[in-house]
Ligand binder design. Sequence first.
Ligand code: B30
Ligand code: ZN
Length: 224
Amino acid sequence: EGVHWSYEGQEGPEHWGSLSKENSACSAGSQQSPIDIRGAIKADLPDLGLDWKSGGSIVNNGHTIQVKAAPGGTLKHGDKTYDLVQYHFHAPSEHLVDGKNFAMEVHFVHKHAESGALGVFGVFITSGATNETFAELAAKFPQKAGEELALDAVDPAGLLPRSLKYWAYEGSLTTPPCSEIVDWMVAMEPIEVAAADIEKFTALYSMNARPALSANRRYVLSSS
Ligand code: B30
Ligand code: ZN
């Protein structure tokens, strides 16, 4: 699992690049994630085709709560098809919108079988009405690092906003090794979950967000 890293202190984000040679992109890369999303350019982006399966397993991996997805879930984006591998949570959000963060962000991590590229779909989470899917997950968050438990019928589509309008840009993994292999898609509409359920996450991980990095020469596109 590479060299130990964390979100604060001597193994924190500003040190990731020097923890291991494998992590050089964390400090030397110019297409890093997350970013502050601003000044997006309207473009004719393809609709997202999400077709996910229920179930999988939920694990506390020591830096987040992650659901290992049931096999067979896909994301179609233009002429590319990706497979859903896992989804996981960050608090507070990693991406910012016009300088503002959200309580949490969920990342649906998909892999393009042919190229190995990832397509990560991010959805912001704010405190509000109860989301039954998030509540069901929160009730099962494994309390100890390394703990894993089967999920029978949790449908990840329950974590989607009504609108699938999104921003798109090219970036990286937000954790070491910070590989610049990610087609990022971030939903414009956040979802609401109960404050008490956010607290079930922040009781375990109160700060597992990498600070935003410079967009450098990149453009953010927005679907309309
Ligand atoms: S993210 O969506 O940019 N936060 C990985 C995938 C997506 C993101 C970050 C990392 C990833 O696949 N990392 C390599 C695998 N991990 C294991 C894991 O998935 O849980 C190794 C690791 O990071 O040390 Cu933790
Ligand atoms: Zn993530």
